[in-house]
Ligand binder design. Structure first.
Ligand SMILES: C[S@@+](CC[C@H](N)C(=O)[O-])C[C@H]1O[C@@H](n2cnc3c(N)ncnc32)[C@H](O)[C@@H]1O
Length: 289
């Protein structure tokens, strides 16, 4: 058997294991994970693999087999910027699965591995706009998609850059508040995956610390309403442009107090009473019904 045939089997096994770890029953997502070559997005090996208490271990060599595990890999390891954990992404994408023909906006594309997974899901009749803040990563992503007609890579701040109305907005960096840009540009029926993190929420390795400093919410727009539900704990790199001190303090207090799993709504404006809010920032809140 040639090496590429072996790797196809390894990718198929990886896809099954990642879906099981994510507790997701999603054959289309499994097929996407089995099809996309992670090695095409991580630069030349050997690769820095994040292990244990946040240390990188270099893979013994450049055999792609090391990439088909549930590990994070450094894409700019000196900045602690990583290609995220496959089972976390599988869980989050499964909560807002892009359908064929849809427009996905990926905020924090990195070098594009999960952008490629979502482009596989939207298919040639759909498209993905990947926005990346770090110029070096945006350039690498652009090169990785040079031959793709359904992926557009934009360098800049995804909280401020205008984009066409989106069916899915997939945010891969930690915010203290939702960006107006995302709420405005989410289509009716569209889904926003929104990681909210306090300042403790980047390096949290222990599950209990992660749960009290980072939460991912699924927001679904229906007309002027934004329905919200908690989907995961998270520790993730901060989002440029979507953090401010007032919201950070409110979020840190809200994590102290607990109750994020009961959130049902995101409201814009100030009219919701404090007792209904899990967290309130200037002009928005995450609240209970
Ligand atoms: C945790 S990394 C994930 C990268 C990629 N999704 C992956 O898993 O390979 C977060 C990424 O978000 C980017 N980022 C942070 N704030 C951003 C913003 N406002 N707009 C676009 N990208 C942003 C960072 O530069 C970084 O590449």
């Amino acid at each position: 058997m040639d090496r590429e045939a072996e790797l196809r089997i390894i990718r198929a096994a990886y896809a099954k294991q990642i879906l099981a770890a994510a507790r997701a029953d999603n054959p289309r997502l499994e097929a996407a994970l089995a099809a996309i070559r992670r090695e095409d997005f991580l630069g030349p090996g050997p690769w820095p693999m994040l292990r244990g208490l946040g240390e990188y271990v270099t893979t013994p060599d450049a055999d792609p087999v090391y990439l088909y595990t549930d590990n994070l890999f450094g894409i700019l390891p000196e900045r602690r910027l990583n290609n995220g954990q496959p089972s976390l992404h599988a869980r989050l994408i499964d909560q807002a699965p892009p359908a064929a023909g849809e427009h996905v906006v990926h905020i924090g594309t990195g070098t594009g591995y999960y952008t490629a997974i979502m482009a596989h899901l939207t298919g040639p009749s759909g498209r993905v706009t990947g926005i990346e803040y770090e110029p070096e990563l945006a350039a690498r992503a652009r090169a990785n998609f040079a031959a793709s007609s359904n992926v557009d890579i934009v360098e800049g701040d995804g909280t401020a850059i205008p984009f066409d109305q989106a069916d899915v907005i997939y945010v891969n960096a930690g915010c203290t508040r939702p960006a107006e840009n995302w709420l405005d540009r989410l289509a009716d029926g569209g889904r926003l995956i929104l990681p909210m993190t306090s300042d403790k929420g980047f390096q949290a390795a222990a599950p209990e610390r992660m749960a009290s400093s980072g939460a991912v919410f699924r927001i679904e727009r229906r007309g002027h309403d934004y329905f919200a539900s908690w989907i995961s704990a998270v520790a993730i790199f901060p989002c440029a442009g979507s953090r401010d001190e007032v919201s950070e303090r409110a979020l840190a207090d809200a994590f102290e107090k607990g109750g994020w799993q009961k959130v049902t709504r995101l409201y814009r404006g100030e009219e919701i009473a404090d007792e209904r809010c899990w967290v309130r920032g200037p002009g928005w809140c995450l609240a209970y019904d």
